[in-house]
Every structure is written in structure tokens, then in C-alpha cells.
Design a binder for this molecule. Structure first.
Ligand code: MSP
Length: 722
């Protein structure tokens, strides 16, 4: 079966694909935020390559401008030395996190101080300067700029973008960085952005996929509808000397954003023949620009306007992700001193666990709170106990029961009845159909940058296969020679499912995918297997498997947390009991605790910590929480939020429970899932159906996104939670 999911990004006629990250300021060392964008871009690039598309992945550093000049001065270096210092660190970091070319990561590390960039960007300026705007005016003109500028943002700030000073005569401060702005009053070249409003609006309207996700498109459109001001695109050399001179007017330095954005085309040969021969502007342009939402305006408004002026094709898309924020909801940044250091991450966590966590935990496009505890929990539950355990139990059993060779998946006619008696589904197409459907959904979510949902789908496969093994009890089948074929079939299905998982998960976890792949004894590689072309049953019977080794070591939480806490600088993100991860949080939770009447002291403490009031153990004992298994799940007609579940909680008859989770969970995915049910809740009727209990779920963020509570270990239905 072929996957059927086509967006402008899955155009299989497309011969090449070009993905970029922002080029990072060379004023300070990278942190988790920068790593995150690279991980996402790397994942996208790998997914494209895996599908056979000739892919180019660009990252690099933005090395000019006043903020680099100042950082260099502070560190007693020249600006170039400062840039070299930061670039060295980037190179070391990308190698450590397997993001460089050697590990199948980026193809070009761009540096804006390279001569070909000077040449390309000068050519670009000239083209823009020659152009007429859509309203028939010159695109660039000389004028005078008077206003405020944030060196850290490298951006001019209007009144609604800064905090007015508390004392008269002082400078206002940047809302993002909390640092004083520079007053600027100087001659400058301007780009006549105000003439591009209509052209930009029709671009967004005609190409709804140009800015992604959709919410960001709306944001950009309303910004442009609000009116565009012309943009200062140069600084006098006397104010900023570290940059590219304006062609034919060396007394002016190009505004760093004008120059930096152009890197996306100069890197592949715009304005420089030698570079063009090496990479190919025509071959790869236009690019998909992956950026943080913090720099969306530069990419979705200014950059297309510059390109329109220069007569260069517009980017394929601008895809903006959310920000990693600290436990109090502030964007992680060096200036605020709340960063997650890459050294700490690489010292304590395997690369694949970090990649998995970043993609699984951050709902793409929204902000995410980072906590080391959340990372450890995910690594232990989803990776060590989940995928890792599935892989090692399957392969260990193949080695023990099948002489270390892939067994046959076929149950002969005469053994079918016998197999059926054990409760095993004799029809192999059931699991094959399930996994094919999951593959299609996975790829579709991937195309929509919904990595978190894609991974949820992959883990529904892990859960399904795990359950198949647990139900079939291969260790019991192995005791009965007559059940040899049943045992083989179960292990074949598990191994074949693992093969599919390796292929699906390759872009996210290249290391682990490759390791499981070779333990399955497969040649070629999961990196070169197109997931859309997977066919059930290609795992060849009789082939020897490889050495079985653990893939994801379990992380000792207490020990790791103690080590991290000891090493964390004051002001950095400290790992505490409270700093779990909430993927969907976009705003800091600054709501005051609710007013308390007759509050006791423990109540007051609890409320101050944002938790419900204190209860006695007896109060808790009144709630009868039971482990259940979802037997069926379906949507309730005319109620788009409700699912009707039948749950086995160890009673004679399954419970019928209505759950308000339909917008977040596909009914099919819930089948066989272990859940927690409030079993002694008074039954009530909803939409004509009686609900005989409640499913327990976490409620995330302001929208209250439900995440169903479950178990990583096998727990019998009906078990009471205490
Ligand atoms: N130099 C400009 C970009 C020029 S592109 C032509 C710049 N550099 S930056 O060093 O500040 O990097 C910004 C980017 O780093 C963000 O857009 C995002 O991709 C990434 N991140 C930095 N901090 C981040 C978080 N706290 N969370 C997620 N990503 C973050 O802007």
C-alpha cells in the first residue's frame, strides 16, 4: 500500500530540496534554543534524503554588526577573533550532537565574513537599488533615521516594542532583552518597504502555505495590514564599521539583517560563479526557511520584499517554531541568563534522547517549557522501557527460541486452529494493516511539521506490538512444540514491526534507528529506505540477526539531577521537582492563586505553590481509581469533543465512559490502551449516553490539552491505584 498524503512539500516530482536554519549571532555561545532549530532542520533534511530527494541543508553564523563588535570588545578580541571563537564552538557542538556533514547533517556551514558572501550581497544590493517598487518608485533612497535601536535584536524599535524608561532622560529598554536601547540619529539608506504592502498581502493570500503554521500566517498578515514603514538598511561607517560596505558608498555599512538574510542565496552561489559551480543556485533555490517565531517578521515580510525588488524567486516557505521558555515562561536567552547549556545536555544525555525529547515534547509552533526531569522521564519511559525494551525483548527471544535467525511469519493451514486456541490473531494482515495506517499518518504529520503527533503515532505501534507479545506469551508458547509456528509468527511480526519503526524513526533518531536495524541483521540502511515504499513482509526468513545490545540506557534520575543541580550556574535553569515540561504552554502562568476563605496553613502553602488544597488520606481513599483497558472507542455523533469508550476495568461487563478528548485522540489509537478510570463516580448522562466513570488525564496549558494517564509496565485490568 502506498502512502497518500500530499502537500506542497511532498511533491515527488521535486528533484531537490533546500532547508535552512537562521544563521546564529556570533556574539555568544549557542544553547538549547539554537540546537533545537538545528535538530528540526536536520530531521527535515534526513526525512527528505530518505525519500530519495537531493537535499541541501544550510546553517551557519551571522558575524557582522554592532552586537558582535561589542561582544568582541568586551572579551578583548577583534570582531573576527570573536566570530572564530564562536564558530569553533558551533563546530564542536554540531559534531558532538551528530549534526555536521560527517554524521549526515548539514551540508554548508555559512559564515557571513567569507569573501563570496561580500560579493554576492553587494550584487544583491545593486539589483535592489536598480529596481522600481510595485508602485513605481525607487526601491532604495537616502534619508535620515531618528529613533531607537536594540543591538541584541539588531532591530529598530517602535514605541510599542520597548519599555518606556522609569526615570526621565534614560533610554527605553527592549521588551525582549530587557537591555537599554541605542538612540540613533543619522543618515541612512532606506528600503521603500511601504510600497510592498499589496504585493506581500497577495503573496500570503495566494500561497497560504508560504508562512507556516497557519497561526503565524495570520500574525504576519495582520502586521502587514497594520501598515508598513520604510526600513533603514544601512548605518554610517562611523557608527558601525564591522559589516559589508554599501556598494559605491563605503561610508555606509549595510544593515546586518539585509546582509544576513541574503546568506541563504549567497551560500549556494548567488553573485559568485565559483560558489555557484560548487553548489548550484538554480539547482537548489528556493529554500524552506526554518526559523524561531522571534524572527518571523524579518523572514516573512522583509526578506520576500527584498527578493521581490531584486527579482529573485521567493522562498518555498517560512516555517516558524515556538520558543523554549524557562519554568517562569520567559524565552531562554543568554541575555536573560536562563539558558540550558549544551555542555550539560551532552554530558548527561544521549543525542537521540535529546532529539526525541525536543520533537516529542514541543508541540511544533508553540512554546515549550524545558525541564531536565521531563527529559529523563521521557528517555526512561518512551525510550528505555518503550522502544528499547520492545527491541531487546523481541531480539532476545529470536535469539533464544529461533536460533538467532528471523523466523517464518507463516502459520500453516493445519496449525491455524491450534494457534487460534491461544487467542493469537491468525490473520497477519491485521497487524500489517495497522502499521501501514500508522505509517501513512506518521508521514502526513511529518509533512505538516507535527512531529509530536507523528511520534505519538509511532508509539502507538510500539504499544500495539508490545501488547501483541504480552498477550501471546511467547515464553509459554515456547514450551509447546506444537505451537512452534505460532511462536515464530508472533516474533516475526514483532521483528517486522521493528523494521518499519526503524525506517519511520530514522530522521528523528538516526543512531538508535541504525542500531536496531543492524541488530535485526539487516544490510543497506534505514537511512536509505523510503518509508512510503515499505512493504509488509520484506524481512527475510532465515537471516541471522546481529548482536543484541541495549539501545537506550536507563538514566538514573536522582543521580543525574543531583549532578546537574550541582553544576548549574545561578540564573540558569535549575532542575527542581516542579520544573516538569508542559509542551503547550505559551504564556507564563502569572495568574495569582485563587483567594482563600478559611485557609489553613497547609492550604496556604499549597495554594502558593499552585496546587489544590491539602486533603486527608481518607479523602483520597474515597476515590476508587482502577486500571482499565480500552476495548472500543468511537466518536459521538454531533459532539465533536466526545469519545464513547468501552473500558474493561476487571468487572463482568466493560464500563461505558464518555471522555472529552475527541479533538486530541484518534479513537482507533486508543484501542488496547491502558488507562486510569475513576470507578466510583456517580453515573451521568451526556448526549443521551450514560457515562459510568471518568478517564484520568493531565490537562496541559491554557487550552487544557488532555494527555491520558497510562502505565509503562504491564498492569492487570481492575488493579486499584493507591
Ligand atoms: N542572526 C539572526 C538570524 C539571522 S537569519 C538570516 C538571529 N540569530 S540568533 O542567534 O539570535 O538566533 C535566533 C534563532 O535561534 C531563533 O530564531 C531560533 O531559531 C533559535 N533560538 C534561539 N533561542 C531560542 C529559544 N529559546 N527557543 C527556540 N529557539 C531559539 O536571530
Amino acid at each position: 500500500m502506498e502512502a497518500c498524503h500530499y502537500s506542497p512539500f511532498t511533491n515527488h516530482q521535486m528533484k531537490t530540496f533546500y532547508v535552512t536554519t537562521p544563521i546564529y549571532y556570533a556574539n555568544s555561545l549557542p544553547h538549547l534554543g539554537h540546537l533545537y532549530t538545528m535538530i528540526v532542520a536536520d530531521t527535515i533534511a534526513r526525512a527528505k534524503r530518505q525519500r530519495g530527494v537531493d537535499t541541501l541543508f544550510l546553517t551557519g553564523t551571522d558575524e557582522h554588526g554592532i552586537n558582535i563588535e561589542r561582544a568582541a570588545q568586551k572579551a578583548g578580541r577583534t570582531p573576527k577573533e570573536q566570530a572564530d571563537y564562536v564558530v569553533n564552538y558551533y563546530k564542536k557542538m554540531t559534531a558532538e550532537f551528530s549534526l555536521n556533514g560527517e554524521h549526515g547533517g548539514y551540508d554548508i556551514f555559512m559564515r557571513t565574513t567569507e569573501p563570496f558572501h561580500y560579493q554576492g550581497v553587494s550584487e544583491f544590493w545593486r539589483r535592489v537599488a536598480k529596481a522600481k517598487t510595485p508602485k513605481g518608485n525607487t526601491s532604495i533612497y537616502k534619508g535620515h533615521y531618528e529613533g531607537w535601536f536594540c543591538a541584541a535584536c539588531a532591530a529598530y524599535k517602535t514605541e510599542d516594542e520597548y519599555q518606556k524608561p522609569k526615570t526621565e532622560g534614560a533610554a527605553p529598554t527592549c521588551l525582549i532583552h530587557d537591555t537599554a536601547l541605542d538612540r540613533i540619529s543619522e543618515d541612512s539608506y532606506f528600503f521603500r518597504l511601504s510600497d510592498y504592502d499589496q504585493a506581500l498581502l497577495s503573496l500570503y493570500e495566494n500561497r497560504p502555505d508560504f508562512v507556516r503554521p497557519e497561526s503565524r500566517n495570520n500574525e504576519v498578515m495582520s502586521f502587514v495590514r497594520g501598515g508598513l514603514q520604510d526600513l533603514s538598511i544601512s548605518r554610517p561607517r562611523t557608527s558601525v564599521s564591522w559589516g559589508v560596505p554599501v556598494p559605491d558608498d563605503p561610508d555606509h555599512t549595510m544593515y546586518v539583517w539585509f546582509e544576513a538574510l541574503t546568506n541563504y542565496i549567497t551560500a549556494i552561489g548567488f553573485g559568485n560563479e565559483e560558489r555557484d559551480r560548487a553548489f548550484g543556485f538554480e539547482k537548489y533555490w528556493p529554500a524552506l526557511h526554518l526559523v524561531g517565531k522571534d524572527i518571523l517578521r524579518f523572514h516573512a515580510v522583509y526578506w520576500p520584499a527584498f527578493l521581490l525588488a531584486a527579482g529573485v524567486e521567493l522562498p518555498r516557505a517560512i516555517v516558524a517554531h515556538g520558543m523554549w521558555v524557562d519554568p517562569s515562561g520567559r524565552k531562554m536567552s543568554k541575555t536573560l541568563g536562563n539558558i540550558v547549556e549544551l555542555d550539560v545536555l551532552s554530558r548527561h544525555f544521549p543525542v537521540d534522547a535529546i532529539r526525541y525529547f525536543c520533537l516529542r515534547e514541543m508541540v511544533f509552533g508553540q512554546d515549550g517549557r524545558f525541564g531536565y526531569e521531563g527529559l529523563i522521564d521521557r528517555a526512561n519511559s518512551d525510550l528505555a522501557s518503550g522502544l528499547g525494551n520492545l527491541s531487546s525483548r523481541t531480539l532476545t527471544m529470536i535469539s533464544r527460541y529461533c536460533g538467532g535467525r528471523i523466523p517464518s511469519g507463516h502459520i500453516p493451514e493445519e496449525k491455524l486452529l491450534l494457534a487460534k486456541r491461544t487467542g493469537v490473531d491468525t490473520d497477519e494482515t491485521t497487524i500489517a494493516g495497522f502499521i501501514e495506517h500508522a505509517r501513512d499518518q506518521f508521514l502526513q504529520h511529518f509533512e505538516n511539521f507535527a512531529f509530536s503527533r507523528a511520534l505519538e503515532v509511532a508509539w502507538s505501534v510500539v504499544a500495539r506490538v508490545d501488547k501483541m507479545i504480552t498477550d501471546a506469551k511467547p515464553w509459554d508458547l515456547a514450551k509447546d512444540e506444537n505451537q512452534k509456528q505460532t511462536l515464530n509468527a508472533i516474533l516475526y511480526r514483532a521483528a517486522e514491526s521493528l523494521r518499519w519503526l526503524c525506517v519511520l524513526l530514522y530522521p528523528v533518531m538516526p543512531g538508535a534507528s541504525g542500531a536496531i536495524w543492524s541488530q535485526l541483521g539487516l544490510s543497506a540502511s534505514s537511512a536509505a529506505t523510503d518509508p512510503a515504499q515499505l512493504k509488509w513482509g520484506a524481512l527475510a526468513e532465515g537471516e541471522p540477526i546481529g548482536d543484541v545490545k541495549p539501545i537506550f540506557p536507563r538514566i538514573d534520575k536522582a543521580k543525574t539531577m543531583a549532578e546537574i543541580n550541582q553544576g548549574t550556574e545561578p540564573g540558569g535553569i535549575r532542575a527542581t521537582q516542579q520544573d516538569g515540561v508542559t509542551g503547550a504552554a505559551t504564556q507564563p502562568d502569572t495568574k495569582p492563586p485563587p483567594p482563600m476563605e478559611h485557609a489553613t496553613e497547609p492550604d496556604a502553602i499549597a495554594a502558593a505553590e499552585g496546587i489544590a488544597s491539602i486533603i486527608e488520606i481518607g479523602d483520597f481513599a474515597k476515590v476508587d481509581l482502577r486500571v482499565g483497558e480500552v476495548l472500543s472507542a468511537e466518536r459521538v455523533p454531533k459532539a465533536d469533543k466526545l469519545l464513547l469508550l468501552k473500558i474493561d476495568i476487571g468487572e463482568e461487563k466493560p464500563r461505558q465512559v464518555l471522555a472529552g478528548i475527541a479533538q486530541y485522540y484518534e479513537p482507533e489509537k486508543l484501542i488496547s490502551r491502558k488507562v486510569v478510570v475513576v470507578a466510583n463516580l456517580k453515573p451521568r448522562k451526556l448526549r443521551g449516553f450514560e457515562s459510568q466513570g471518568m478517564v484520568v488525564a493531565a490537562s496541559i496549558g491554557e487550552e487544557g490539552r488532555p494527555v491520558i494517564a497510562t502505565f509503562t509496565e504491564d498492569v492487570p485490568n481492575g488493579t486499584r491505584l493507591k
